[in-house]
Design a binder for this molecule. Structure first.
Ligand code: NAP
Length: 488
């Protein structure tokens, strides 16, 4: 690995200006115990950030070639003697093999960078275990959430946050300072009891996505089965027609928009339920039930999954004419038309329906893309609160209305055609309209001046049945205050 990528720290030294308590520590000697992947990446970044690095290995001769020439690679005891801050880049199970170094390590800061293979794998965190083995040292937990790859990839990519915890403020400050000089953003996680939590972080797999993904999969399964019965099973049982070829594309493509549309409405439904609860109890200070709280917190992920399904639907739809089955059907229709000597098959209503259907579909997808892009942290951070809420709330609701138009133009009059009721099952689009139309109706009701005003007052702190302090202008233009019932 060349040092080229590492020429600059992830963040410039200027970023330290924000915290005057932190002073650059470049030039200081830092020790690294271990010569594996993490130790190597750490040494490279430390060297490029202006530190002197001494690496302690059990076999320095063999490992020296793997490190930049500016880093000194020596025996563990030798390395430890030369520095006061030592990164322990060794797995937990090998900590005990370092016990021979206890005397030379006494009084020094040990940075525990280790991770586990399972959440809450051991009774005590690795950092606490290290501290118990070396009571004469000060242990700081940190850098474990940064991968060796992130250390190497430099400013281009990767997580820049380094979570740090320790029972010793001074040691924590020293490690935070090193992290900052290396271009990372140190985050103080408090005392050593947080180490367990910090060690669990790299092991979590998309915790915020679990519920939305299960929701999307559940909806997909339900709509897929429903469409399968209507589009494949019904013609097979009733007319002995083999339509199984429809499963990979047509059935999937009729399922995806259903999931996307219902998921989009589920982004706005919890807001409606929250507003109903606030109106009913006449306060915003009453806690929502846990399930509603959870739901409100997952709106971003639900929205992104809705966009994902909508994007897949667009791609599938564009590919429909590429299918062999479609070509055969077109030829079949043309032959039939020729045999029946039909000259004009143009149906004006159908033409208009398709034009509008496709057009509103494209607009809805465009709006969903905008919502997805603005939910990315880097973009969201560049927007002020009003801009963010306009895009996510107002434009999002418009996207829901346009998606409803897209669904209605797709369905057109099919809901009133009894041939569309396969096994007495109504067309799928009628089912998908249920939740979104409820949300739209609720939003319309909430926009009625009498309800909107009450909701606005509640959201500004007004409470039903409570006495509030009010301020009234006097005849002289001065203000006088008093108490009144907020219900008046
Ligand atoms: P690694 O490549 O296997 O290196 C581990 C090193 O530990 C070895 O190179 C070895 O160096 C040293 N060691 C000391 N005593 C040992 C012993 N008794 N038996 C075996 N090795 C011993 O592992 P790594 O990926 O660098 O990970 C090191 C630590 O960093 C782990 O705690 C890991 O959880 C943590 N970490 C790694 C990453 C990552 O992306 N790799 C990310 C975050 C945290 P010598 O032979 O020179 O002594």
């Amino acid at each position: 690995m060349s040092g080229g990528d590492m020429a600059k720290p992830l963040l410039g030294h200027g970023s330290m200006e924000g915290d005057p308590s932190i002073t650059p520590a470049a030039g200081q000697t830092i020790g690294v115990l271990g010569s594996g992947d993490f130790a190597r990446s750490l040494a490279i970044r430390l060297v490029c950030s202006g530190f002197k690095v001494v690496v302690g290995s059990r076999n320095p001769k063999r490992k020296a070639g793997l490190f930049p020439s500016a880093a000194e690679v020596t025996f563990q005891a030798e390395a430890v003697k030369k520095t006061d801050v030592i990164f322990v880049a060794v797995f937990r199970e090998h900590y005990s093999t370092l016990c021979d170094l206890a005397d030379v390590l006494a009084g020094k800061i040990l940075v525990d960078v280790s991770n586990n293979t399972e959440i809450n794998h051991h009774k005590e965190s690795n950092a606490e275990y290290l501290a118990s083995l070396f009571p004469a040292c000060t242990v700081v937990k940190g850098f474990n959430v940064v991968s060796a790859w992130t250390l190497q990839s430099g400013a281009r990519d990767g997580n820049k946050q380094v979570l740090i915890c320790s029972n010793n403020q001074e040691a924590k400050r020293t490690v935070a300072e090193i992290a900052q000089v290396m271009g990372f953003t140190p985050v103080d996680m408090g005392c050593m009891s947080s180490a367990r939590e910090i060690e669990n972080i790299p092991l979590r797999l998309l915790p915020a996505w679990k519920i939305p993904i299960f929701l999307a999969l559940g909806l997909f399964l339900c709509f897929f089965t429903y469409n399968l019965v209507r589009q494949v099973i019904h013609p097979y049982i009733r007319e002995q027609k083999n339509k199984f070829y429809k499963i990979p594309i047509e059935v999937v493509n009729t399922t995806l928009p259903c999931v996307a549309y219902v998921m989009l409405s589920l982004v706005y439904l919890p807001g409606v339920l929250a507003a109903c609860s606030q109106l009913y109890y006449g306060t915003k200070y009453r806690r929502f039930p846990d399930w509603l709280d959870q739901w409100l917190q997952h709106r971003k992920q639900i929205g992104l999954l809705s966009f994902f399904c909508a994007a897949l639907h667009a791609v599938y739809s564009l590919c429909l004419p590429m299918r062999r089955s479609h070509r055969y059907q077109l030829i079949e229709m043309a032959v039939k038309q020729a045999v029946e000597k039909k000259m004009n098959i143009w149906v004006e209503e159908e033409v208009w329906r398709m034009e509008i259907y496709i057009s509103v579909g494209i607009i809805a997808l465009g709006l969903l893309s905008l919502l997805a892009i603005t939910s990315l942290p880097s973009i969201a951070n560049s927007l002020n609160w009003r801009e963010f809420s306009f895009i996510q709330s107002t434009l999002g609701f418009i996207a829901l209305v346009i998606s409803t138009l897209h669904t209605l133009t797709y369905g057109w009059s099919r809901a009133f055609d009894e041939n569309q009721y396969k096994f007495y099952l109504p067309p799928t689009y009628t089912l998908t309209l249920l939740v979104p139309c409820t949300v739209i109706l609720a939003k319309v009701i909430f926009s009625l001046p009498c309800i909107q005003q009450r909701l606005l007052r509640i959201r500004r702190g007004w409470e039903k049945g409570r006495y509030v302090k009010f301020v009234l202008p006097s005849a002289t233009g001065e203000y006088s205050s008093g108490e009144t019932s907020s219900n008046v």
